[in-house]
Every structure is written in C-alpha cells, then in structure tokens.
Design a protein around this ligand. Structure first.
Ligand SMILES: [Zn+2]
Ligand SMILES: [Zn+2]
Length: 455
C-alpha cells in the first residue's frame, strides 16, 4: 500500500477544470488549477464591487474546490451565512506546490485565488506568455506571481519530485509532468495533440518515459465522444500545418476584405496567419493586443496594427504603436481586397465601420468556440445581418482517439485514469489487459497492487 495519496478535486467528467492533489508525508503537489466553462462563473468574474469576496464567491458557486490550506484567511472572511469553508492556509501548515500544465483558462483560470505564499510553477514559456497577458490586460482578476521552470528540470516539494516535459498543444509553453514520490510514479499528460506543429516534443518526452515503470497515467480524453458526427459538426482541419494551405486557398479566391478570428495564445496559428497573409500579398492587420503578443513571440513580424477611430494609447501599447505601421478604417475601406484583418468577438462592432460587402470571415478557434457559448449565436447573426460569409476552420488542440490510445500503449501504466473528458468511460485501451479506473470526485485514494483504493 502506498503512503502516497491522490485526490481528484475536479475535471473527471468535464473538459477542463482538472485539479488533482498528490500527497506524501507533509508535502503535496496540486496540478492544474482552472475553471470549467460555466456562465455563472463568468458572472462572478465580472461582478463589480465584490472583488474582496472573490474567493468566497467562487467557493460558494463551486467553481473552485474546498481544499484545506490553500486559500488565505483574509480571503475566507465571511459573516453572511453559515457556509462550510475550507481551513485557511495560515491554519493548515503543509508544504504545497501548484503546477500548471498550460495557460488555457480551464487549466489556470483561478490560480489567483491561491494564497500568495504558495508557489505556482509553470514552464518558462508559459510564464513569459502569462506576463504578456497581464501586460495587455488579459490577465486574471488578481495579480499573482508565478515561477518559471525549465523543461526536464525537476522541482522538489518535500519528498515529491515533479519533472516537466514539453508537449505540443494549441498554446505556447504547454507541458506534461512526471510526479514521483518514494512509492508512486504518476504521469499527467496535460492537454496534448499529435497532429500539431511539433509532434517531436511529444516523441521526446515519451522516449524519456520508456525506461520508467509508470504506476498511474492521468490522460486527457477530450476526443472521446459517443457521437462522432456530433463532434465534427464544425468542419475540422486535420493538422496545424494544413491550416496554412486551407486558409491560403480561401484568401486567394476572394477579392474583398478577408476577416479572421483566432485565439492569440496559439502562437503557431498566429504564425500561420501572418505568413499566409504575406504569401497572398495582403497586409495582415492585427488588433493591438494580438500585435503585442506577435511582437514578442511570432516568427515573422511583418504585420500592421489596426487602429479604429476611438483607440487610445496607453502605457503598454505605446512602443508597438511606434514600431509597426498603423492601418485605419479609411485605408481598409479604400482597398478592402488588400487586407487580411483580424476581428475578435470583443471588437465585432468595428465591422459596423468597415466596408464588409462580399467579405468572408475565417473563424479559426477564436472565441466564441462553439454553440455551447451564447456569444456564438450573436456572432452568427451579426455576420448574417451584413451578409458576411462565415467559414469555420478549426484544428483541434486535442489528440484524436487513435493517438490517445497509442500514447497509453506506449506509456503502459499500471493503471490508467481517463479525465478531461465528457465521456471518460469511452477510453478503451488497445491492450485488453490494461487496467482503467474512473475515480470519484473529492475522495482520497492510495495505490495498492495496481489499484486505487479509497481511504
Ligand atoms: Zn483543457
Ligand atoms: Zn488546453
């Protein structure tokens, strides 16, 4: 029987919001600390005048788990009604480290609720992106320091050793991790895909794991769905490299303004749009925030910045406004066929000022992501109103079912725990002898003879 225990706090039957805790002695490692998409949570995020009650509000609506010893006493002050609160950090001494696999909100959206003295680790690439997002006012509700770590450099929390590995996912800086205690070896895949721009990252860490006997594999299962046609209702482009060719075809065949909507934390996608725009001899025009990100991370910085009439200079954007050419609404309207213009959902009203007759809107994993988001219908009706042709070109950030099953086969853990999936029970390993376990939320388990046993 292992002295190590593991608790799954969230993310077992949802896509995202994964939070698990591994304890050994007086040390523990918690990995990922994000939000499950939920409109009531975004309401709390935006509720004004309640910033001093931020942590309590999220606890009350169940958006963050009631884990003892991670929230500051100050944040748990509440006299309103009798609500069972977790023990405050100051009253529960335990050596704790939190590790973040990547910067999607479903994996890190609530790290700002954690007591400021608990270290939060992420890859150096993630930290760099995190700082840039703070700069462009796209950070979390509260300021929170994080610690950057090198891939493959181990971090020790008491007797627990965490080793991060670079992975390929649709965001900059993602990692998987090996968590080793004196009696248990756990691999957490993070979010991962094999059809991205960098399959070699995944091959490299898989190779590192070959000589290690893994007890437990926590594997993401986004792609597992009983109804594949349902899942693929929105046409998917198969690989990240293919997207460049597909959008190139669209742009070349169009003689009016081309609009696009991407998620700018996906640097590979940003690169693909910038390069393709250039190949099609269009000026690629980025929104200010994306331009700031591109300035820091993009391979090619041959772009202009969109400056709508009401835009103001502020501290963070002054430098890039001086560094790159600016394009105005009037310039675009004079020759719309010369531009490839970014338009994210937040700036959809800009279309009211543009000559969008005969335009096409390339939606490529930008927000709103799909029908589950109420903003999706707003987007479609807006485009319909102006007869802008909508085309969706998504590339999944998540491995296909086949690729996930092959990964499990390669890692060969003693026990597989599928999560980050609406249908974890559908993850059926290729090897019929591969043990699989679906744990229960908020229960503490120890590992014994290849099984997780509830304490
Ligand atoms: Zn995720
Ligand atoms: Zn992700």
């Amino acid at each position: 029987m292992s002295k190590t225990t593991i608790t799954f706090w969230s993310g077992l039957q949802t896509i995202g919001g994964n939070i698990a805790e591994i304890r050994y002695g007086n040390a523990r490692v918690i990995f990922d600390f994000g939000l499950v998409y939920n409109p009531s949570t975004s309401f709390v995020h935006k509720a004004t005048g309640r910033s001093d009650r931020y942590v309590l509000d999220l606890l009350k609506i169940g958006a963050i788990p009631a884990i003892d010893g991670i929230y500051a006493r100050e944040d748990l002050k509440d006299n309103v009604f009798n609500f069972k609160k977790p023990i405050a950090y100051e009253d529960f001494k335990m050596n704790t480290g939190i590790f973040i696999s990547h910067l999607h909100l479903d994996h890190m959206g609530v790290i700002d609720t954690v007591a400021s003295t608990i270290p939060i680790y992420m890859s150096n690439g993630s930290k760099q992106l995190y700082q840039v997002l703070n700069k462009i006012n796209e950070g979390l509700m509260r300021e929170r320091d994080v610690t950057g770590i090198n891939y493959q450099d181990s971090i020790k929390i008491g007797d627990i050793i965490v080793t991060p590995f670079q992975t390929d996912h649709d965001i900059y800086g993602s990692m998987a991790m090996l968590i080793s205690t004196p009696d248990l070896k756990v691999v957490y895949s993070g979010d991962i895909r094999m059809h991205g721009q960098h399959p070699e990252y995944n091959k490299a860490w898989l190779e590192k794991l070959l000589d290690i006997n893994i007890d437990l594999l926590l594997m993401e299962g986004t792609a597992f769905h009983p109804n594949l046609t349902e899942k693929t209702k929105i046409p998917l482009v198969e690989t990240e490299t293919e997207i460049a060719q597909v959008i190139k075809r669209e742009i070349i065949n169009h003689n009016r303004l081309v609009l696009f909507n991407i998620y700018h934390r996906n640097i590979d996608r940003l690169n693909n749009f910038i390069k393709t725009g250039k190949q099609c001899e269009r000026t690629i025009v980025l929104e200010l925030k994306t331009a700031y990100i591109a300035d820091q991370f993009a391979e090619v910085t041959d772009f202009a910045i969109f400056v709508p009439n009401d835009s103001k200079e502020s501290d963070w954007n002054q430098n890039i406004l001086e560094k790159y050419p600016r394009v105005t609404i009037e310039q675009i309207n004079a020759t719309p066929n010369k531009y490839l213009l970014q338009n994210s959902f937040d700036n959809i009203a800009d279309l009211l000022d543009l000559d969008v007759s005969g335009s096409i809107y390339l939606h490529s994993n930008g927000m709103p992501l799909g029908e589950f988001d109420p903003n999706y219908q707003i987007l479609l009706s807006f485009l319909k109103q102006f007869q802008i042709e909508y085309k969706s070109f998504n590339v999944s950030g998540h491995a296909t079912q086949e690729d996930i099953l092959q990964l499990i086969e390669d890692i060969k853990p003693k026990l597989l725990v599928p999560w980050h999936s609406h249908y974890p029970e559908l993850m059926k390993p290729l090897d019929p002898n591969q043990a699989v376990f679906l744990p229960r939320k908020n229960k503490k388990y120890f590992f014994d003879n290849g099984q997780l046993i509830e304490v």
